[in-house]
Design a protein around this ligand. Structure first.
Ligand SMILES: Nc1ncnc2c1ncn2[C@@H]1O[C@H](COP(=O)(O)OP(=O)(O)OP(=O)(O)O)[C@@H](O)[C@H]1O
Ligand SMILES: [Mg+2]
Length: 265
């Protein structure tokens, strides 16, 4: 059984259709990378899984299954039971992942408390361990701060720790490493890879960076104008891209030099 399956999904904001004919399947523990130009509907697709399309966004056709269960007709209460616990999301804008008015420590505690019986000090200890894995040398200090006090890259790493701590079956990650420098990006991807290996978490990862896809994904989906134009095993797509847009993306893979680390992987 697939962890996540989309069948002929079509999504519109108001009358404007932005995504159509999306069929996609992710196995448990698999890492699928979605690439595509800006505005091609990548974030929309991820948000549709958790019913986060906002007041004007709707799935107008097709079905989404999570572990065999049809979520297409889910209401707000149904989503609330799986959001964060079964399926976690790292948003493209860190502001969407956090409450600006609470310390990060409180946010870790609240998100764990929503699904498990846990004492605050235990939650904070777990949070510290997760933050250490994401490369924070002083996690206690991070837990006492507010999101606005951290850089974009730090917020991205905290958002990853916050999503991972819930041990979801499926992690939806929208450009989770875009604000990180190359070395930290690699370390962060390694943490995500280990999570998928160890816990059999499935990862659906959106990125503009083909180097990231090549490094982490088992399978690649290329989106263009709201549609999937090409998909396949990572090796296959990189060795033999068919669609002109995929070929164009390949030309923009970082060349040796500044980002040479990707070329050594
Ligand atoms: N809340 C919204 N209301 C109306 N239109 C929206 C909304 N969110 C996104 N769109 C439109 O839907 C289309 C897809 O946007 P989306 O953000 O999913 O693209 P994307 O592939 O994630 O782009 P990027 O790479 O820039 O993040 C775009 O035309 C965008 O303008
Ligand atoms: Mg986006």
């Amino acid at each position: 059984m697939s962890c996540l399956q989309m069948r002929e999904v079509e999504i519109a904001y108001g009358d404007k259709q932005v995504v159509s004919g999306i069929s996609l399947s992710i196995k448990q523990g698999q890492i699928v990378g979605i690439v595509g130009e800006s505005g091609s509907g990548k974030s929309t697709l991820l948000k549709s899984v958790l019913g986060l399309l906002g007041p004007t966004g709707h799935i107008t056709k097709g079905q989404i299954f999570f572990q065999g269960q049809d979520m297409t007709a889910y209401g707000e209460r149904d989503y609330a039971t799986i959001r964060g616990k079964e399926i976690a999301m790292i948003f493209q804008n860190p502001e969407e992942s956090f409450d600006p008015n609470q310390t990060l420590g409180n946010q870790f505690y609240e998100s764990m408390r929503a699904h498990w019986k846990i004492k605050k000090n235990e939650a904070l200890e777990e949070a510290k361990i997760a933050l250490s894995k994401l490369g924070f040398s002083d996690p206690s200090r991070i837990l006492k701060t507010y999101p606005f006090a951290l850089s974009g890259g730090m917020n991205q790493r905290v958002a990853i720790a916050l999503a991972m701590i819930k041990r979801p079956s499926l992690l939806l990650a929208d450009e989770p490493t875009s604000a990180l420098d190359v070395t930290v990006q690699k370390e962060t991807l390694d943490v995500l890879k280990r999570l998928c290996d160890k816990e059999q978490t499935s990862l659906l990862l959106v990125t503009h960076n083909m180097g990231v896809v090549r490094y982490i994904a088992d399978y690649v989906v290329v989106m263009y104008h709201g549609k999937i134009v090409e998909e396949g095993g990572t090796k296959e797509i990189f060795e033999c891209p068919c669609h002109p847009y995929t070929k164009q993306l390949m030309e923009h893979i970082p060349k040796p030099g500044k980002e040479a680390v990707w070329n050594r992987l």
